[in-house]
Design a protein around this ligand. Structure first.
Ligand code: RI2
Length: 332
């Protein structure tokens, strides 16, 4: 274990992710990259070996903030992979590399959300009425871009219990000029007949095209399929999980019961178990397409995105390393 302390600002970022003050898979990924850059800048040691040990320790610490969104470990391994392969000769070189790579990731991520908006908006039609769930910046980007093109005016926004992220979406879309109808989660099937497309985000996309997103997403997709309404998922490619290629399951985060009921209620009803899983899995059969910054794909083509990102040797790499090396680096 490194004797170097984790900087206070990094501890704050991890705590903000854990407590969901920083939330949304993309924002979490950018915050993790920023945390590594801060850690690199604030490193107090004198040699590169210590730096490598330290930055790996910080990486593990940041990654442990929340378990489900693969964007978090993917952002961290994006930086660590480049650091490891560059084999920097000096401490300054290593430090600079971490800072530059983190900045590059953050810029890429922001641009990806914009491109997803543009590609997704092309797929929408004039007069489409949308339903969305939770608060996804990628999904919002599609809806707002389509609105600017005059294609979409009305959006049904599910409140998204227990944390009510739907209220953020409702505010953001309303400020962008859309007609927003905020609806209870339980009314999804009631309103589905008024909707022409569903657009949601993703925390993780598995190799088989299953999408892990805020709990309730799979019910929206199910109701949409029944009503013959198309379901689109907006997700940057760093939300695709390389480890699912070797059959690893995506852990589903379970949060505190007090997000659902008060402490007092729990005390008054001691024999009731309260269980609060915050994500669910939507099978690929319920998804019409995934909108990524690299193009719109059917969910069954998720494996192709992973191969494009990490190369055909993805399985071997996963066996040998804690993280995987992206294809572009293998070509260098
Ligand atoms: P963007 C969120 O998780 C939601 O599940 C949302 O759909 C997903 O992240 C993607 O969000 P949480 O952090 O990256 O609210 O598209 O638990 O913003």
């Amino acid at each position: 274990m490194s004797e170097f302390k984790i900087p206070r600002k990094v501890i704050e970022i991890r705590e903000n992710i854990r407590s969901m003050r920083i939330r949304g898979a993309g924002r979490i990924a950018r915050a993790a990259a920023e945390a590594l850059a801060i850690a690199a800048r604030e490193f107090k040691g004198k040699n590169i070996d210590e730096f490598m040990e330290y930055i790996n320790m910080v990486a593990d610490y940041v990654k442990s903030a929340r378990p489900t969104a693969v964007s978090l470990p993917n952002a961290v391994s994006y930086i660590l992979t480049r650091l490891q392969r560059a084999m920097p000769a000096s401490l300054n070189e290593a430090r600079d590399l971490v800072v530059r790579t983190a900045e590059h990731f953050i810029e890429y991520s922001r641009e990806a959300v914009k491109v997803i908006g543009e590609l997704g908006a092309k797929r929408l039609e004039y007069g489409d009425v949308i339903m969305t769930h939770c608060h996804s910046t990628a999904a919002v980007s599609v809806i707002v871009t389509a609105h600017k093109l005059g294609k979409v005016n009305k959006v049904y926004v599910k409140e998204t219990r227990p944390r009510l992220q739907g209220l953020i979406t409702a505010r953001v879309l309303s400020e962008a000029g859309l007609d927003v109808i905020l609806i209870p989660d339980s009314s999804v099937r009631y309103f589905m007949k008024k909707v022409s497309k569903v657009i949601v985000g993703a925390d993780t996309v598995a190799a088989n095209g299953a999408v892990i997103n805020k709990v309730g997403t799979s019910l929206v997709a199910l109701a949409a399929k029944e009503a013959r309404v198309r379901t689109y998922v907006a997700a940057e490619t760093y939300k695709f999980s390389p480890r699912t290629v070797i059959g690893e399951l995506v852990p589903i985060e379970v949060r505190d019961p007090t997000e659902i009921v008060s402490n007092e209620w729990l005390k008054n009803n001691p024999s009731v178990e309260v269980y609060n899983p915050v994500f669910d899995v939507t099978p690929p059969e319920y998804i019409d397409a995934i909108i990524t910054e690299k193009g719109i794909i059917p969910p069954q083509a998720a494996i192709l995105i992973l191969i494009e990102e990490y190369g055909l040797s993805i399985k071997e790499q996963l066996k040998e390393h804690d993280f995987v090396i992206r294809e572009e680096e293998l070509r260098e």
